[in-house]
Each structure stands twice: as structure tokens, then as C-alpha cells.
Design a protein around this ligand. Structure first.
Ligand code: A3P
Ligand code: MG
Ligand code: MG
Length: 355
């Protein structure tokens, strides 16, 4: 079970706060198992919603994780640094965000979208970051402005759904009329071992069960929230099992979140049914479509590959690029040449770690 070693909040301007200000509680009453009927209009107020600042995300790369690491070293509470020698290098082999791990786990089944991962090694820790490109290479469908607008609106539906179920305190009720700004996030920092390799990674989390309070040692009391179109035919069910359920599983499994609350919606964004899914059931229900072991093996294999490729250098000025091509089904590797807008590790981090 991954261990939760810290948290931080990002406000609506994506500014870092070392507090619980963006933690949300699941305060809507949901049956433990089975499903219940609701009526949530995900379109309500959506035209005023503010979407994630992609430019800020691209510029900041791993910075929020790095800020957390530096604060933790100063606090010296022994969770990630050696208690006897608090200024020793970070005692973890890899630092990244959870989204990168989810993408790696899904790679054996990915036949549409490639990925690019930027990597650097510093003081024996490998830092990994997924370069997300604007989809100018999108397909004919998404290039059509009308379709693009609809896709953008549907992206906001997932966040609107969170507003219907969550509130900022455990004793208040959800208020979906609140302005929606998807820049705000509550993140957990986790530590785990994968095939003997130690990982430290950040993950945005959706909601904590209202009976629980921070601090927490793991994420067993958190829930992941998801929306999905109603599944009415066998074909739709197969499509869910083939393209979506492994991503859902990987995203929650890798942080130790046991439950997903799903809101089933129609094409107009009206959710009429809620259902709680056990994360551990997903691989069983998806037999014949994907195997958890295949995904985890690929993820571990990639980390090993990255470690071998980078083994000689420990210099944050040297960066590497790993690229997955879904058509050729290859992962290529090169010394990075100008893909990223800046070094993955900023000088304020490197200098502070050398003090
Ligand atoms: P849904 O998953 O309910 O559609 P997460 O579920 O990971 O907490 O993300 C919250 C919401 O962000 C998603 O809600 C979806 O609306 C949007 N989102 C996340 N990843 C996305 C992606 N790769 N493409 C489009 N939208 C995405
Ligand atoms: Mg989320
Ligand atoms: Mg979610």
C-alpha cells in the first residue's frame, strides 16, 4: 500500500500552499454499494467556468513537487530524508507525478496516443516528467471548432460533477452553484516501492470521506470521482472495459484509493445514477480485455530501462527524452535537444539541495 507522506494545495491561480485549503470532503450521501438515483445537471453554470491554465502547468513542470521536497527537508520530520543526516540526498530513486505512472501502466494497451517523458538524474535520484503537447496533431474530429468546443465543455463536466458531491468542510452540503475553476487542486505526496525501486510521486485527489480527517497515512479513505456515459449496450460495455476501465484502475490503484464513485450521464450532461465501484474488482470484471500484471510489468520495466539509460550521469543539466510510439510500439531514448522549455530541475532547487 503506497504511504502518504505529505500534502499540498494549489489555489485557483495554481499558487502553492502548504495547507489543506483545497481538500474536499465527499458529503453527498451515497450508498456503500449498489447505486442510487440523482439528477445533476453538469451544464449548470459551465459557461462561466475557468479551465486549467495549461501554460502554467507546462512552465512549472515538477516545481510543486520540488517545493514540497525542499519544505520537507527543512522540516526534517524524517519521512523522506535520513534522520541522522537530514541534508543527505533524497532517499528515493524516482520522483514524478501519478499521471505519468498511469500512462506507463496503460502503455501495453495504448494504440492511439504516444507519450514523451523528460528525465534527468541529480544526486542519484531520477526525476521524470511527461511532456504534454497541445493537440495540434489532433484528428479531423477535434480540429473542427464545433467539436473542439463540445469536447472542452465535456471536460468541464467531470469537475462540475465533483461540485455536486463535495464540499470544503465535512459538515457542509455541496453547493454546485459555486464558481468553477479547475486550477484548484489538493495533492497528496506518496511513497512506494515497485519491484524494489523507491518512488516519490504527487497525485491530485478528488475527495476524502466526510467521517475522516487529516492527517492520513495512506489514501484508503479517499474516493476517486468519475463520470461516464450510461452503458446501455454490450458494445458500450466492451468499449468501457477496453478503453477506460484500465485507466481508472491504474490511476486509483497506484495511489491506494479503494473506491470510485461513478456518475452515469446522458449526452446532455445530466447525471441520473450514482454507483460505487471497488477498484480491486476492475481487473476481475475486465478479464479478457486487459491484465493488471501486464501494465505493472511494463511500468517497472520502463523504470529499469530509464535507470540503465541514465546510469552514468548525475547532472541536472543533462536531460533525456523517452518517447513511446503507439504505431511502431517502440520506446526510443535520446539526449534531449530542445523539446522542453527549460531544465526540469530549476537552479533554486539544485542549489538548495546542494547546501
Ligand atoms: P471525468 O473523469 O469524470 O470525465 P479525474 O477524474 O482524473 O479526477 O479528472 C477530473 C476530470 O478532468 C475528468 O472527469 C475530466 O473531465 C477531466 N479530465 C481528466 N483527464 C482528462 C483527459 N485526459 N482528457 C480530457 N479530460 C480529462
Ligand atoms: Mg481528480
Ligand atoms: Mg476524478
Amino acid at each position: 500500500m503506497p504511504k502518504a507522506v505529505g500534502t499540498f494545495s494549489l489555489d485557483i491561480h495554481r499558487k502553492y500552499h502548504s495547507d489543506f485549503s483545497e481538500l474536499r470532503y465527499l458529503t453527498f450521501d451515497i450508498p456503500e454499494c449498489g447505486s442510487c438515483k440523482v439528477k445533476f445537471d453538469l451544464r449548470k453554470g459551465i459557461s462561466d467556468a475557468i479551465d486549467k491554465d495549461q501554460e502554467s502547468i507546462k512552465q512549472k513542470m515538477l516545481d510543486d513537487m520540488l517545493t514540497w521536497i525542499l519544505q520537507e527537508r527543512k522540516a526534517d520530520n524524517g519521512s523522506i530524508v535520513d534522520l541522522q543526516q537530514p541534508l543527505r540526498p533524497l532517499l528515493t530513486e524516482f520522483v514524478c507525478f501519478r499521471g505519468l505512472l498511469t500512462a506507463l501502466i496503460f502503455t501495453p494497451y495504448e494504440n492511439q496516443e504516444g507519450w514523451k517523458i523528460l528525465a534527468t538524474k541529480f544526486q542519484n535520484t531520477i526525476y521524470l516528467w511527461q511532456i504534454k503537447e497541445q493537440r495540434e496533431n489532433g484528428n479531423n474530429f477535434s480540429r473542427n471548432p464545433r467539436n473542439a468546443k463540445r469536447m472542452q465543455e465535456m471536460t468541464m463536466w467531470g469537475f462540475k460533477f465533483e461540485q455536486y458531491l463535495c464540499s470544503a468542510t465535512p459538515d457542509s452540503i455541496p453547493d454546485p452553484r459555486q464558481p468553477l475553476n479547475t486550477n484548484a487542486e489538493f495533492c497528496c505526496v506518496l511513497k512506494t516501492k515497485l519491484a524494489g525501486k523507491s518512488l516519490l510521486y504527487g497525485a491530485e485527489v478528488d475527495a476524502l470521506q466526510k467521517e475522516c480527517q487529516p492527517p492520513f497515512k495512506n489514501l484508503e479513505n479517499f474516493v476517486e470521482l468519475k463520470t461516464n456515459r450510461h452503458i446501455e449496450t454490450e458494445r458500450q460495455n466492451d468499449s468501457f472495459l477496453k478503453f477506460k476501465s484500465m485507466k481508472w484502475w491504474a490511476q486509483s490503484f497506484i495511489v491506494g484509493i479503494p473506491k470510485i464513485v461513478v456518475g452515469y450521464r446522458d449526452d446532455d450532461g445530466v447525471v441520473s445514477r450514482l454507483k460505487t465501484i471497488e477498484v480491486k474488482q476492475l481487473p476481475k470484471e475486465s478479464q479478457g480485455f486487459w491484465e493488471a500484471k501486464i501494465g505493472m510489468n511494463f511500468c517497472q520495466g520502463f523504470l529499469e530501462f530509464a535507470r540503465n539509460c541514465i546510469s552514468k550521469d548525475s547532472d541536472s543539466n543533462i536531460q533525456y527524452l523517452f518517447e513511446f510510439n503507439p504505431r511502431k510500439r517502440t520506446v526510443s531514448f535520446c539526449r534531449e535537444a530542445g523539446e522542453a522549455c527549460r531544465n526540469l530541475l530549476p537552479s533554486w532547487y539544485v542549489e538548495s539541495m546542494q547546501e
